[in-house]
Design a protein around this ligand. Sequence first.
Ligand code: RB5
Length: 153
Amino acid sequence: MKIAIAADHGGYRLKTVIMDFLKKLGHEAADLGAYSEEPSDYPDSARSVARALMDRRAERGILVCGSGVGACIAANKFPGIRAALCHDTFSAHQGVEDDDMNVLCLGERVIGPELAKEIVSAFLAARFSGAERHVRRLGKVIAIEKEFMKGKD
Ligand code: RB5
């Protein structure tokens, strides 16, 4: 799968661990920065990953910051991005199956690398169910986006 991954300084080390993990799993992962622990801004990481999905250069995204919160807030400002902060495997797969989550957000200062890898695996293995009720709810989410989000993709 084509995956775009990015982090700010708070998520840099965990991003490195996840990048190695993705390669081992055989995924095509694009590392969109940051490339060091020099202070950087999570909205910039979120923009890079969101843009990759919006341009169809990636099918899924992963964002890491200190808590995962800032990156998640920023990512959800982009049309078509359904980002969620998941620090458990259940949310990571159910978020895809029911809600068609396309960006996983993680907090390096909250979880350890082994749990992060399990969460990433659960996220990537999951597929949207396409069940009628979930499609209906997603349609309502898209309607909210169209009603309130200005700008273009
Ligand atoms: C950076 O110090 C930190 O605020 C950021 O990585 C993230 O946790 C924000 O939500």
